[in-house]
Design a protein. Sequence first.
Length: 325
Amino acid sequence: MDIGRLSKLSRWLVCACALAGCDTQASTGYRGEPLLSVTGSVVLTRSRVEGPLVPAIAFLNEQTELHFLDVEVQGEFPSSFTFHVYEPPPEAAFLQSSEPRRAVGFITVVPTDHVSSVQTGVPVPGFSRCTQDDVCLSEESWCTEDLEECYTERTVCARASSPMPECATEGMGSDELKRTVFSQFEGLSLNYQILYLKDPAPADSDYAKHVGVPEGLATGYHLFLVDSVEMASGEMQRAAYEACQTAIRERAVELFNEREGTELTFEEIYESEDVSEETYEAVHALESAATREVRCALSTDVVQRIDDPLREPISVVIGPEVASQ
């Protein structure tokens, strides 16, 4: 779901139910009311991170940096637990060009001594070739999404049959771009995303309609179920389609009013029998232009807000891609 302009990165990671169980991890003092509380369980597919693991929220910004936010855990992790969030995302996690100002987070699993942030790296296709002398050279890179910063490993082997310990590997750039992919966290939630709004999204605003909550969203945390259209139920597919069509038609009416200097409403055009055929056809003709402006979740995801994540248990799948639709 395009809760923000995020990028599809690589497919990595994860799965381990060889997680150590967590008993209640309560803070030593009263921290006030949590900003977000979520109850449920976590399913992992493979584990790559060593040591005790705990849940956290990972916020992904436009520079493909992950910023981790600790949560307070109660219950048995990963099978049945509740986590509480007491702080907003760090400032560096917010999308700089977003309106309203927002940060998009994913439920993740990290080591207890995790770093506060990491720079993710996108694997870039490399090459491998051998010379007539049977000397083999291979190169692979991991880069930021904009390709402005890369870490490259160049490996030289005396023979094509040489085992890797006998080959020489030279690294260029920050190896964090490679290292963080495999060792800093267990992946990101594929079926849930967490939205934090620094400013509210007013009712009927483009963004509120885009995330499927036309009545508007308040400042603070919100939890969303994100389902691909192919996997969603028929009811959710129909709801997503109808919301998308309504948003397109509303924008077409706005475009008509802007062009003609009128103040017609959606209801007057699409729900009234009094509208002239000429006016209706003129608005209808603007739907193609409106489609290009309105960003619907329909093409990639079906989005559903979880109204009460403390009382509606969720099952989070942590998977191998850092992605937002």
